[in-house]
Design a protein around this ligand. Sequence first.
Ligand SMILES: C[S@@+](CC[C@H](N)C(=O)[O-])C[C@H]1O[C@@H](n2cnc3c(N)ncnc32)[C@H](O)[C@@H]1O
Length: 267
Amino acid sequence: VKVLHGRLGKVSLVGAGPGDPELLTVKGMRALRTAEVVLYDRLVSPRLLDEAPADAERIQVGKHGGHYSFPQDKINRLLVERARRGMNVVRLKGGDSFLFGRGGEEVRFLREHGIPCEVIPGVSSALAAPAAAGIPLTERGIASSVAIVSGHQVKDARNPVCWSSLASAADTLVVMMALRNLRSIVHQLIINGRSLTTPAAAIQSATTPHQRVVVSSLRDIAEEAERQGLVSPVLLIVGEVVHMADSRPVQGSVADEPAKSVQGMGR
Ligand SMILES: C[S@@+](CC[C@H](N)C(=O)[O-])C[C@H]1O[C@@H](n2cnc3c(N)ncnc32)[C@H](O)[C@@H]1O
């Protein structure tokens, strides 16, 4: 255990990227290599943890089976406590910390407690998954707007997602945390005016050896994703740009085995 020498440590919130460890930023890597303690989420690549000094403390604080094994307030308190011991703390989160990552809550708590903190952006899966599947989110003449939305609370009566305006608000929709409620999400989009024949893609574990891309119509994507046995993490893309999906394995991944890709609909 480190002793306090009157020095206050700091916390770096580092976006770990979507899965492929090579998609961590140079700045994120620099922070990781000088970390004295790393608090990391479950989806973070184990290879990244190897980049921290051998004697750095490593604490997994992520979700297990959809449940927080580590409540957020405990994470917040750990960050403050370690920084008060004078330690260099890295909070390593999947994708980007500020997109459905609760990074805002952590930064607010740290500020309230007078702990210096910096936010190092990460490559979000919202951008990396479509890129890895060959799907441009915007395309001249086809799509000039994108909305990124959570699919998590679709069955929640206090649902903050306004599907009625969202369904047609943007040319391309990216739905994160999409798998569990895929049927309900699709239903909401269709009853709120999105055409049944709109192309849709479900992308699993993008940029990792487990990447799989299922392409279908909005009407059939949920059934197709189930039939293909997709497992979390999965992101849904809806829009004409999905026509450009690439069925070839992911390029440039550190994957030893090629990523799998399947098509549920003729292109
Ligand atoms: C709690 S959110 C965290 C998002 C993260 N902050 C980011 O910027 O990528 C988790 C969701 O991100 C998406 N996700 C994360 N990594 C992914 C990946 N490698 N492939 C596909 N979807 C991914 C899935 O929709 C998953 O349910």
